[in-house]
Ligand binder design. Sequence first.
Ligand code: RFL
Length: 407
Amino acid sequence: MSAPFARAGSGAPRGFSVVVVGAGPAGLTVGNILRAAGVDCLVLETETRELVERRPRPGVVEEWAVRGLERQGLARTLLERAQTHTECEFRFAGERYRFAYTALTGHHHFICPQQSLVTDLVREYADVRGGEIRFGVRDVRLHGAGSGRPSVSYVCPGTGERRVVTADFVAGCDGARGVTRASLSPERVRLARHDYGVGWLALLAEAPPSSDCVVFGMHPRGFAGDMARSPEVTRYYLQCRPGDDPANWPHERVWAELRERLGAAGAPPLKEGRLIEKRVLDMHGYVVEPMSFGRLFLAGDAAHLTAPIAAKGLNLALHDAFLLGDGLVASLTRGDGSGLTGYSDACLARVWDYQEFSQWLAEMYHGTASGDPYRAGAALARLRRLLDSPVAVAEFAERYLGVRTTG
Ligand code: RFL
């Protein structure tokens, strides 16, 4: 491992074994794994600690991911506080279809607002495991990613000075809008992108849950989703035009559309509340292959974006982080580089599986409202098969939960 500090006054940049760019779930999980093994590292984050701990983010976490956090000693408060989801409901043509996936598979989802997870991960990394972290840094730049000793520079928020840190490895965990991905050599990486051609109006309502499980509504006017987040807050989605302006969706219109698209025989009435978040997400996904270049390893949304259609992005970020954290520890403490060599392929197998599931689900959710009778007919066939065939249901359960339940 590198000496973590350069001699005072030497003018030489400080050195760390690992510099992690980005304090989201991916970066903080990598940092925590490194600190548990006694590896020195620095996390750089452009936002303040208060903002990353409060930024409202989603919450469907797969059971295997929570067990992975638990193995790293990172799930204690999540397990104390998170609700579990065991069923979901499809609504179509005024009917309700319950899908009790836990009864079928023995597995469930955890519902935990991402900001609670991030708060726990920051506290554990910085306050318990003694990890170094700089919040509010500006203009982060990566230098020499393909070289034997890369460095990262940033502008210090307090002094306005540019600081340089060197590293044995850089973990690029700076999300979809970060800078590390751009350091991958364009000749050696491929960016695969898919545009779903629809938008989702993502809403957070100060309203108690209207349903005891996640509800997916497929309607000729467009998809609608109802996902309880806590006893006080519920997330709703409404399919809309890509690039639509949230200002086109005043309170009355939102609730009228939700009532229409989620309406079904015997469904409990929606509990309305003040809309505290309203933004339009253009549904798209991308995958960067390979996820590493030289001594730079990407993890989470920095490497791949999964449209929130199947609620998979956070889960993939954690999967990458477990593999990257373990690979870095093996390399730095035991000289075993096999985890890092196989890192990209090991991540991408799950990434592509989840991308394909999102695409499959997207067609079922949006086909009915596509205006294309062929797509609408095929979407209905997809839904009917899911409702009628035990084999289709078992496969859906596996993919929805991200586990192999058979074989
Ligand atoms: P993050 O969470 O974006 O964190 C990246 C961090 O890097 C910082 N950053 C930089 N730091 C230093 N230098 C720079 N140049 C930087 N640029 C950026 C950022 O400030 C940030 O702190 O990425 P990470 O760690 O890869 O985690 C990915 C997940 O956050 C993401 O995939 C999920 O939120 C996706 N997602 C969902 N995933 C699930 O598994 N289950 C869900 O239910 C779910 N629902 C959703 C979602 C994403 C949504 N939005 C926000 C599009 C619902 C929505 C509405």
